[in-house]
Design a protein around this ligand. Sequence first.
Ligand code: ADP
Length: 151
Amino acid sequence: MRRAIFPGSFDPLTLGHSDIIKRGVTLFDELIIAIGINSEKKYMFSLAERKEFVEKEFENEPKIKVMTYKGLTVNFCKEVNADFILRGLRNPGDFEFEKAIAHTNRKLSEIETIFLLTASSTSYISSSIVRDVIQNGGDYSVLVPDSVKVK
Ligand code: ADP
């Protein structure tokens, strides 16, 4: 069974994440969207909201599961028996950052990180820009899947 996790904050889920998830799931038997809980980080959306956005968006895809986790990503992979970490690459900045993390994870475990390049149509989207648009009353709906709604 080829099981991968797609870790992130998903604060909130964007069309960029969604693109990576839809393309990534075709490579594995199961893809766990792993929402990280970091007590140091301030989130715009609660953990329950972030989880609900992802669950709702992929409710009809049986290969996709949604879980939350604390601590090291490689430890979570071992817990759920996942051999792969899926990540998206948007730009050289992402590459440099992801390279260091992937090398570290390889040092700590046998887990392989699989990178997908973003679709050109969503490569400029980031959760932080979406949060900025929301905070300033802009039309965020063009940047996120339908399941993401601000209450
Ligand atoms: P993190 O807190 O780890 O940065 P994110 O939720 O921002 O979490 O991102 C999770 C993953 O989604 C990362 O691999 C990131 O590169 C990828 N990602 C974020 N935005 C996009 C996008 N627009 N297109 C493709 N991948 C993206």
